[in-house]
Design a protein around this ligand. Structure first.
Ligand code: PNS
Length: 165
């Protein structure tokens, strides 16, 4: 039996990438041959960072991982799975509260593409309460979010907030 390439696609909005995302990327880079981190161009949301900025920040914080590639995608996730020829989608599960939404997405993606599997990994409990939304919210209210993101992301968020003010 030939060994199958273990390639996963880790999709998300990454607006911005947090230490929780990075923890998952690092764990995935140890398990899989290649990890595609795929930034969604989501026209329904009103992001803090442009797609180019989000990709750029992700590239900087993942530069030390040889087997991690940062890409962007528009449209359906299952089409990105096809395009990058990955074995599975990877998503993070921080808490039970994530489960219902993730289950719905995983099952819908499998309905759209019947060989589409979704795998889940748990980030460190140090980050189980961290999300991009909370980072943006704390930053907008001048709170301290330094411990939840890498320095380059912290500076970018600060610069963005200062630009908005
Ligand atoms: O980081 P997020 O916002 O939780 O990521 C959600 C994302 C981007 C993975 C999801 O919205 C997505 O897959 N969008 C692409 C459009 C799509 O395929 N929608 C149907 C999903 S069942």
């Amino acid at each position: 039996m030939t060994k199958k390439a273990k390639t996963v696609l880790y999709p998300g909005s990454f607006d911005p990438v947090t230490n929780g995302h990075l923890d998952l990327i690092e764990r995935a880079s140890l398990v899989f041959d290649t990890v595609f981190v795929a930034v969604a161009i989501n026209h329904e949301k009103n992001p803090m960072f442009t797609i180019e900025e989000r990709v750029n920040l992700l590239k900087q914080v993942t530069a030390k991982y040889d087997n991690v590639k940062v890409v962007s995608f528009t449209g359906l996730l299952v089409d990105a799975v096809e395009e990058y020829k990955v074995s599975a989608i990877l998503r993070g599960l921080r808490a039970f509260s994530d489960f219902e939404y993730e289950l719905q997405m995983a099952l819908m993606n499998r309905r759209l593409k019947d060989d589409c599997e979704t795998l889940f990994m748990m980030p460190s409990t140090d980050y189980s309460f961290v999300s991009s939304r909370l980072v943006r919210e704390i930053a907008k209210c001048d709170g301290d979010f330094r411990h939840f993101v890498q320095d380059v992301v912290y500076d970018a968020v600060k610069a963005k907030i200062d630009g908005i003010k």
